[in-house]
Design a protein around this ligand. Structure first.
Ligand code: C2E
Ligand code: MG
Ligand code: MG
Length: 755
């Protein structure tokens, strides 16, 4: 009870006493002070004399007034009492009401407090969960980042290492989790365990035999359906695999399949095994799906990387190691040889006239030839250190061991013979020969580039000599240095107009001079006279032959025009043309332009092409020949007989003359010499409607045989050497009177030469 209530109760008690006293007083007054009594019994001491009415009436009214006021006081008291009671009751009611309200408020407050506590608890739980999720997400992110870093550093981590890291990252997400990753094997039939978190040996056995023993396990089903397979209560699945899992404390499992971008089929599965019962949450599923995508990325990246590495080291066409791999093999072989004090032989193989096969039979035939040669090298038991395709038609062979350099010559011959075996191209069969250059480590060099270069020099020598193989010697390097020197000298010669032409006369059977061959001469200021046989190949290699050749053509035409203008007998001018010049698209145009410049007729010019020119690029050479023939220019096949397939194309080419090579004329008069060949060539040319010229005629005997065989033209030291312009002019002037310029010839050629 409050203080107010207590004060009010005291006050109310006093009021009741007061009211009771006033009631008692009034009751007393009512009974003792009635008007009758007042009239009957006057007040003591004031005995009324017998019936004083006025006094009595006054007394009665006095009593009545008193009674009235007494009653009024009673009523007032009662009213006051009632009012006080009312107020009391009201106050009491209010106090009770307030107490009730307070209780209610307290209860409400309590409820709110409890709700708040619940909310705080919930929020705390949520926050904890969020923190946990964030931690896991960070862990997963870290794991993914590490996986990507491992991927980005190829060569340091194997694919298995990366996948193991991934499954361990997944397993670390929940204490109750284990994880495994299976890949579909190449046949697409079984699953191979690639990685698993640290599981018991028994579980490992299960994981290892899923592919073969438990095809209906979650992994297999996920793989077959391509959908995530969830087993929420392992105990309810009565299968051998589920029993095995339960025995290992696993009650839930779900397997997520993944596929790489390049494959339509499932590549593998990522499976989580949980020690808790129940369906995995969306978050858990999402997590494992993300990890599965990472696994697909790892596998795809590694496959692409492996393919790139394979392509980077393997020649796609032949399947042999490529240049890069070849050079690494040389490095490995010489490192090993250095350790074991051994030697390595480097064989540089180049196919001869390979371009001709491409031109004549097409590029797929060329590819077939390269593949066949590569297979022959691959299968050869002679190759001890490996082989590689170094590009184009070049191959490398390594021979290792102490005996390697000593046996390299024999082995290269055997390899050359194996390469030269016929190759079937479907409609035809070809034989490809090879030129092989040999050098050895450490004798000829200790660095890859030096060994490659020296083997290359030796190969070029083998090619130019027509020998199948050649062993490197330091002189070859000197030759190359000389060639470099020569190259510079040629550039200067061109700039400073140091080239000259010599003219060697060509005679008919009856001794009439019918033409000259223009032959290039280079008189070097310090090196002296350099033979065209030496500088022309260098000029060709450096392509300097293009401007040099144009200069020769102009100068020869200019000279001929000068002789024509001087009224000298009309003769033809033969100009040697290099393959590089001839295959240029604008060559025929250049010839026409030069002829026009000097006002010469096309018949005045004979272009001398070697067989090698024809072999260089058959199709474009024939096209060019036809263009020139249309102009009226004559074409002569120079050095005939030294080429490879002369007879197979000679009748198809629009040529006018065959110049029989000097090497045939040289041995023409010898017993068992070349006479039958030369006679056959002349007869063949006659049948084809071609004229023949023999070059390098040095003896009257040779002249005699050639005349008998019906050779149309003769060129050689017997008649005249290549002459400087002035001497050639004199020769031309003399030709009007003398058939053969060489006076020594006359006694020998009596009866043949026109005297
Ligand atoms: P080729 O076109 O076959 O020229 C004939 C070569 O035989 C000339 O050598 C000539 O001097 C030589 N010769 C002629 N008669 C005899 C003989 O009776 N005995 C001997 N031993 N040799 C004889 P040269 O001038 O040294 O030219 C060599 C080659 O250089 C030429 O062979 C030709 O292929 C090339 N050549 C010369 N000048 C030019 C040119 O202006 N352009 C091009 N592309 N090549 C040229
Ligand atoms: Mg010639
Ligand atoms: Mg010749």
């Amino acid at each position: 009870m409050t203080a107010i209530t207590r004060t009010f109760a005291g006050f109310l008690s006093l009021l009741f006493v007061f009211v009771a006293l006033s009631l008692a007083g009034s009751w007393h007054l009512r009974h003792h002070l009635s008007p009758e009594a007042a009239v009957a019994a006057p007040a003591c001491g004031a005995q009324m004399p017998g019936g004083d009415l006025e006094q009595r009436q006054a007394r009665i009214s006095e009593v009545r007034e008193l009674r009235f006021w007494t009653t009024a006081a009673q009523v007032a008291s009662l009213l006051l009492c009632a009012m006080v009671c009312g107020i009391g009751l009201y106050l009491r009611y209010r106090a009770a009401h307030e107490a009730r309200g307070k209780e209610e408020a307290e209860r409400e407050l309590d409820r709110e407090r409890r709700a708040l506590e619940r909310r705080v608890e919930e929020r705390t739980r949520e926050l904890r969960q969020e923190v946990e999720d964030r931690r896991r997400a960070e862990e997963l992110n870290r794991g993914q980042k590490q996986v990507l870093e491992m991927l980005a550093a190829p060569g340091q981590q194997t694919t298995e290492d990366i996948l193991l890291h991934l499954v361990e990252t997944v397993a670390a997400q929940r204490r109750s989790w284990e994880c495994s990753l299976h890949l579909v094997d190449l046949g697409g039939k079984t699953l191979q365990l690639m990685a698993s978190s640290e599981v018991s040996e028994r579980l490992k056995r299960y994981l290892g035999s899923i592919g073969t023993d438990f095809p209906d396990a979650p992994e297999g089903r996920a793989c077959l359906s391509g959908q995530t397979c969830i087993v929420p209560a392992m105990t309810e699945v009565r299968r051998p695999w589920s029993e095995l899992l339960v025995a290992n404390g696993i009650f839930t499992a779900w397997s997520v399949p993944f596929r790489t971008h390049v494959s339509d089929h499932v590549t593998g599965t990522l499976t989580v095994y949980s020690r808790l019962l129940g369906t995995p949450s969306d978050r858990d599923l999402e997590l494992v799906e993300t990890a599965a995508k990472m696994a697909a990325l790892v596998i795809e990246h590694r496959r692409i990387h492996a393919e790139l590495v394979h392509n980077a080291y393997q020649d796609v066409l032949t399947g042999l190691p490529n240049r890069r791999a070849g050079e690494e093999s040389i490095q490995a072989a010489i490192s090993h040889a250095a350790l074991c004090s051994e030697t390595v032989a480097v064989l540089w193989i180049d196919l001869n006239r390979f371009k001709r096969i491409n031109d004549q039979y097409g590029h797929s035939a060329g590819d077939h030839v390269l593949r066949t040669v590569a297979n022959r090298l691959r299968r050869s038991p002679l190759i001890s250190g490996g082989s590689a395709r170094m590009g184009g038609d070049e191959f490398l062979v390594l021979l290792s061991g102490k005996e390697a350099p000593a046996r390299a010559g024999d082995i290269s011959r055997e390899l050359g013979a194996a390469i030269a075996e016929p190759i079937n191209l479907g409609t035809s069969t070809v034989c490809v020969t090879a030129s092989i250059g040999i050098c050895s480590y450490p004798h000829d060099g200790t660095a890859i580039d030096i060994l490659e270069r020296n083997a290359d020099f030796a190969m070029y020598r083998a090619k130019s000599d027509g020998a199948g193989s050649c062993i490197y010697s330091p002189a070859m390097s000197e030759e190359v240095n000389e060639a470099l020197e020569l190259e510079q000298a040629l550039v200067i010669a061109l700039e400073q107009d140091q080239f000259r032409l010599a003219y060697q006369p060509l005679y008919g059977q009856d001794g009439e001079l019918f033409g000259f061959e223009a032959l290039l001469r280079f008189q070097h200021p310090t090196l002296g006279n350099i033979s065209p046989a030496r500088f022309v190949p260098v000029a060709e290699e450096t392509r300097l032959i293009l401007p040099i050749g144009t200069w020769v053509l102009r100068e020869a035409c200019r000279q001929l025009k000068e002789w024509h203008d001087a009224g000298l007998p009309h003769v033809r001018m033969g100009v040697n043309i290099s393959a590089l010049q001839f295959v240029r698209d604008d060559f025929a145009e250049t010839v026409a332009e030069v002829l026009a410049t000097f006002g010469l007729s096309p018949e005045d010019l004979t272009l001398e092409l070697t067989e090698s020119v024809v072999m260089e690029d058959y199709a474009s050479v024939v096209r060019q020949m036809n263009l020139l023939k249309e102009c009226g220019v004559r074409i002569s096949m120079d050095d005939f007989g030294t080429g490879y397939s002369s007879l197979s194309y000679i009748h198809k080419l629009p040529i006018d003359t065959v110049k029989i090579d000097r090497s045939f004329i040289e041995r023409l008069a010898e017993p068992d010499g070349t006479r039958p060949i030369v006679e056959a060539v002349i007869a063949m040319a006659r049948h084809l409607g071609l004229s023949t010229v023999a070059e390098g005629v040095e003896t009257a005997e040779q002249q005699h045989i050639l005349r008998q065989a019906g050779c149309h033209g003769l060129q050689g030291f017997l008649f005249a050497r290549p002459l400087p312009p002035e001497e050639a002019k004199r020769c031309l002037m003399a030709s009007t009177t003398t058939a053969f310029a060489n006076p020594q010839l006359r006694p020998v050629t009596k009866g043949i030469a026109v005297a």
